[in-house]
Design a protein around this ligand. Structure first.
Ligand SMILES: [Zn+2]
Ligand SMILES: [Zn+2]
Length: 234
C-alpha cells in the first residue's frame, strides 16, 4: 500500500493529519533532535498510517527522512529509549516529610534517612516512560539502548570504591548527599527494572544487574545519615 492511499483513507475517516503531512512533521522534529517532539510526531505518523504494518511505517521513514547524523530510524529508537516519566524529574522527588532538607526539627528525617529524596512512585525511580508507551516495533531497539546506558553507568560505579564511602559521607553537605543519593537511587531503579522486565532471558545481564543493584544498596546505606547532615553539626 502506498502512503497516498493512507492519506486518503485517513482524510475519509476524519483523521486530522494525513500520512505525508505527518511524515513531514516527523522529519522536522528529527532535524530538531528533541526527544519529546520526535516521540509525539512518530505516534502521530503511526496514527495517520492507519492499518499499515509498523515495519512498513519504519521503511517509509527510512526512505522519506534523511539525516546527517545517523538514520532517522535510529533517532526514533533513541527518542523512545530516552522517554522520561511525566510525573517526576529524574525519577526522584524531594522527600515530602522534610521538604528535601534531610532533617525534621534538627533530627534526621525518619522517611528519607537524611538523603532528602524519595523515589517517584509512578516510574519507580527510573525516570523512564512506561515500557507500554513504547510501540512494539520500537521496543526491542529502545530497550537495548537502555541496557547499554545502564552498562555504562555500572562501569562508572565499578570505579567508585565502597571503602571510600562511609569516610566521605560524613563530610557531605545536604546538597551533595541529595545529589549522590538521587543518582544512585535512579541507577538502582533502572538496573532492577531491566533485570526484572527487560532482560529476563539473558541470565548474564540479570545476574550483573542484580549484583549492581545490591552493591548500590550498600552505597545508599552508607549515605543514610546516622546523625543530622554535616552543616547541622557545626
Ligand atoms: Zn526526608
Ligand atoms: Zn517518575
Amino acid at each position: 500500500m502506498s502512503p497516498i492511499t493512507h492519506t486518503r483513507d485517513n482524510r475519509e475517516s476524519g483523521n486530522a493529519v494525513g500520512f505525508d503531512e505527518a511524515m513531514r512533521d516527523l522529519a522536522e522534529t528529527i532535524a530538531g533532535r528533541k526527544v519529546e517532539p520526535i516521540r509525539i510526531a512518530y505516534m502521530a505518523l503511526r496514527k495517520a498510517a492507519g492499518k499499515m504494518p509498523p515495519h512498513e511505517i519504519l521503511e517509509h521513514v527510512d526512505r522519506a527522512v534523511t539525516t546527517q547524523a545517523g538514520s532517522a530510524r535510529q533517532m526514533i529508537y533513541s527518542a523512545f529509549s530516552h522517554g522520561h516519566c511525566v510525573m517526576c524529574s529524574n525519577g526522584i522527588a524531594p522527600c515530602r516529610t522534610c521538604d528535601g532538607s534531610g532533617t525534621v526539627n534538627d533530627y534526621v528525617c525518619p522517611d528519607c534517612d537524611g538523603t532528602g529524596v524519595e523515589i517517584c512512585s509512578f516510574c519507580a525511580g527510573t525516570n523512564w516512560s512506561d515500557r507500554h508507551e513504547i510501540p512494539d516495533e520500537i521496543r526491542p531497539a529502545a530497550v537495548s539502548r537502555r541496557i547499554k546506558h545502564a552498562e555504562k553507568d555500572l562501569a562508572r560505579l565499578d570505579r567508585m570504591s565502597e571503602a571510600d564511602m562511609p569516610a566521605s559521607v560524613g563530610k557531605l553537605q545536604t546538597q551533595q548527599r541529595r545529589k549522590l543519593a538521587s543518582r544512585l537511587l535512579r541507577l538502582q531503579a533502572r538496573l532492577t527494572n531491566l533485570a526484572g522486565v527487560e532482560v529476563g532471558s539473558n541470565t548474564e545481564h540479570v545476574a550483573r544487574f542484580h549484583e549492581g543493584a545490591s552493591r548500590i544498596e550498600r552505597f545508599i546505606e552508607a549515605l543514610r545519615a546516622k546523625q543530622p547532615p554535616a552543616e547541622k553539626n557545626q
